[in-house]
Ligand binder design. Structure first.
Ligand code: NAD
Length: 313
């Protein structure tokens, strides 16, 4: 399906050849050239809503600095913001949105329900509190942040999320850090396939099995830590350096591009406006099949964050 969002522009190249080759990675994404600029591709979710494939994440963005940093991101051109109740910066995100004057329907806002709020009544209260902090009537995507299988509350929580969607408090619902057994429990006990699963994913931890399962279910994958959170030297990997040199871009841009060409939704974080712009300027080049394969070969099952099965926070 093709769709366009005229306000989402990047400063990429203007090659018509590239535009033709761009549309339809796996048949799920689309982007368009408008006035010589590339729009951020939109991915259609399984509930019919669309999400900009490239966004901006605010994990570990200081609440005191969030309004300024998100204002920079919106000025750079990002229209998809990924926050969470536990980040403590929803107020700053909301203030930046309000000050920006960007129409609400041109923004895609995700927040997440924290682990201690899992459960029927508490999930509803948590949603209301997040909306209040963000100063919004609805979010575009609400996620269960971690399954916490030891609590055994995520199915009840999910059933509440279905109601919150029906009430219009969130346009889409999804999960984060869910493994196959957690997804299967939700599928067996509810009517809704999560729109997305937001999981740790970067070249050294490529999550092939969950990506394949997502494709089977019609559930899109969002990558957190797409740059490895700076916890390993991703940018020194030969495959990234070689591709970066060939295209005259940075290894970070190559890493983001690898996610995009794999059909993955991605929202790298940076406090620096220069890096925000760099990370957004990823539509003027395309990695070849050979370059994609050499980046695929970096995969070594190297997790940098917590295994969801073992999370106790
Ligand atoms: P990331 O992989 O985006 O890495 C961020 C780090 O990369 C920062 O240290 C930043 O300075 C550096 N960086 C960014 N751009 C760069 C560039 N162009 N060149 C060099 N260095 C650069 O890690 P992240 O922030 O953890 O992940 C992205 C987003 O995913 C988060 O902000 C958050 O929204 C989300 N997230 C979700 C979960 C979850 O459990 N659902 C967990 C972590 C993060």
């Amino acid at each position: 399906m093709r769709s366009s969002v005229h306000s989402l522009r990047t400063q990429g190249s203007t090659s018509a050849t590239f535009a033709r080759s761009f549309t339809g990675w796996g048949g799920i994404v689309s982007g368009e050239w408008q006035d010589g600029q590339m729009t951020v591709p939109q991915i259609e979710l399984n509930d019919g809503n669309s999400i900009p494939q490239l966004g901006f994440g605010v994990f570990k963005v200081d609440p005191e600095e969030t309004e300024r940093i998100v204002t920079d991101a919106l000025e750079v051109g990002y229209r998809h913001l990924d926050t969470a109740m536990i980040y403590g910066n929803e107020v700053g995100v909301g203030n930046a949105i309000k000050a920006s004057g960007v129409p609400r329907n041109e923004l895609f806002i995700t927040t997440k329900l924290w682990n201690s709020d899992q459960g029927t009544g508490s999930a509803r209260d948590a949603m209301d509190l997040s909306l209040e902090k963000l100063g919004l009537d609805y979010v575009d995507l609400y996620l269960i942040h971690w399954p916490r299988p030891d609590l055994d509350l995520y199915l009840d929580t999910w059933l509440t999320m279905e109601q919150l969607k029906a009430e219009g408090k969130t346009r889409s619902i999804g999960v984060s850090n869910f493994h196959r057994p957690h997804l299967d429990k939700i599928l067996a006990g509810s009517e809704t396939v999560p729109a997305v699963d937001q999981i740790e994913l970067h070249p050294a931890f490529a999550q092939r099995d969950l990506r394949a399962y997502g494709a089977e279910l019609g559930m899109h994958i969002e990558a957190w830590g797409p740059l490895g959170q700076g916890k390993y030297d991703l940018f020194s990997e030969a495959a990234l350096q070689t591709a970066a040199e060939a295209h005259g871009v940075s290894p970070a841009q190559v890493a983001i591009r690898w996610h995009l060409q794999n059909g993955i939704i991605v929202f790298p974080k940076s406090n620096s406006r220069q890096r925000m712009a760099e990370n957004f300027d990823v539509f003027g080049f395309e990695l070849s099949a050979g370059e994609m394969a050499s980046i695929d070969a970096i995969d070594r099952d190297q997790r940098v964050g917590t295994n969801p099965e073992e999370a106790t926070f």
